[in-house]
Write a protein that binds this ligand. Structure first.
Ligand SMILES: Cc1ncc(COP(=O)(O)O)c(C=O)c1O
Length: 360
């Protein structure tokens, strides 16, 4: 068996140690004669797995008891609707910052549920910049301010946490969660699809300050109501048990790697190497302003797009997978999440250098 280096934006690479443990525990979980997939979510064995996962996540991110942690389904895309359904009251306005394709989707969806003010946008720079906070037109007393700290498609990452005073700050952290330390106390709500830095697809994490619960109107379906999930320990219905278990293994692996502080340093080094190489090459380029370059998703284009196909074919043959950019923007993208080791970035750079030489 040989595992290639996987630069997929999501579902993304998982740590090999996690997959090996899951494989070992697959058929007969700890001598119980069945797999976790075949066990009731109410079984004490699973409840313990679920509680340990939450505890480890709380340790990793420093999440206090003021916050509920919800293990939901429906992907981050469901949160585009659930956030306004739960936090945007009658007659209120929510502020959104538009920095790319995911912000845009969140804005469009939220507009179906209430009044949205796009307080700033970098669409005029083709989402290659983050609008400086002093240019934002925030409303008077908005219900919340929503932003996407890391735009997975454009490879654009905020270098600052927006300062919004007492207004709840809501963040779509799908592609940056657990990649480095964040101060959860600065947020009202954080959400993330699991399939990048958390675990497999099928699980969606919501970290929500408890005083924001209970605001949904009575017409909001139970399955879309944060309060109901919080009251039921995310087991109002059958949760995605296997994805929850695998995410727990990832959290435990992260703790063994020294937590998000250590991960942040490794991720910084990986990103610096790759951007450094791209900036010094004659063939590759990245359009994003330097201060807002994503540490997780590195898009780049080749000077001659006729080389795109040979680049991708030869990369794949060299064991470097999933480097094609998002279908909406083209070019290439290397996603270098936690489970993508530094050696993968080194191998990618070596391949890119070779390719450039051959095609000079
Ligand atoms: C930043 C961001 N938000 C939202 C989504 C949508 O997530 P999902 O597919 O889980 O609905 C993605 C998916 O890649 C993403 O990267």
């Amino acid at each position: 068996m040989s595992r290639a280096y996987n630069f997929c934006a999501g579902p993304a690479a998982l740590p090999q140690a996690v997959l090996e443990q899951a494989q070992q525990e697959m058929l007969d979980y700890r001598g119980l004669g069945l797999s976790i997939m075949e066990m009731s979510h109410r079984d004490n064995v699973f409840v313990e797995i679920a509680e340990q996962a939450e505890k480890d996540l709380r340790d990793l991110m420093g999440i206090s008891d003021d916050y509920a942690v919800l293990f939901l389904q429906g992907g981050a895309s469901s949160q585009f609707a659930m956030v306004p359904m739960n936090l945007l009251g009658e007659g209120q306005t929510a502020d959104y910052i538009n920095t790319g394709q995911w912000s845009k989707k969140a804005i469009k969806e939220a507009g179906r549920y209430g009044k949205i003010n796009v307080a700033a946008s970098s669409e005029d720079t083709n989402f290659s910049t983050v609008p400086p906070q002093d240019s934002w037109n925030l409303s008077d007393n908005p219900a919340y301010v929503h932003y996407c700290p890391n735009e997975t498609i454009g490879g654009l990452e905020y270098s600052f946490v927006p300062a919004v005073g007492d207004t709840p700050l809501v963040a779509d952290m799908s592609s940056t969660i657990l990649s480095r330390p964040v101060d959860v106390n600065q947020y009202g709500l954080i959400y993330a699809g699991a399939q990048k830095n958390i675990g497999p697809a099928g699980l969606t994490l919501v970290i929500v300050r408890k005083d924001l619960l209970g605001k949904a109107s009575s017409s909001v379906p139970a399955m879309l109501n944060y309060q109901i999930h919080a009251d039921n320990g995310s087991m109002y219905n059958t949760p995605p048990t296997y994805a929850w278990y695998l995410s727990g293994l990832v959290f435990s692996w992260l703790k063994k790697q020294g937590g998000v502080g250590n991960m942040g340093e490794i991720n910084q080094r990986k990103a610096e190497k790759l951007y450094g190489f791209i900036d010094n090459s004659g063939l590759y380029s990245n359009p994003v302003e330097v201060i807002s370059r994503s540490r997780m998703n590195v898009p780049f284009v080749l000077a001659d797009d006729r080389l795109d196909k040979p680049f991708l074919d030869q990369a794949q043959a060299a064991g470097l997978l999933n480097l094609k950019g998002h279908r909406s923007v083209g070019g290439m993208r290397a996603s270098i999440y936690n489970a993508v080791p530094e050696a993968a970035v080194d191998a990618l750079i070596a391949f890119m250098a070779e390719f450039e030489k051959r095609n000079a």
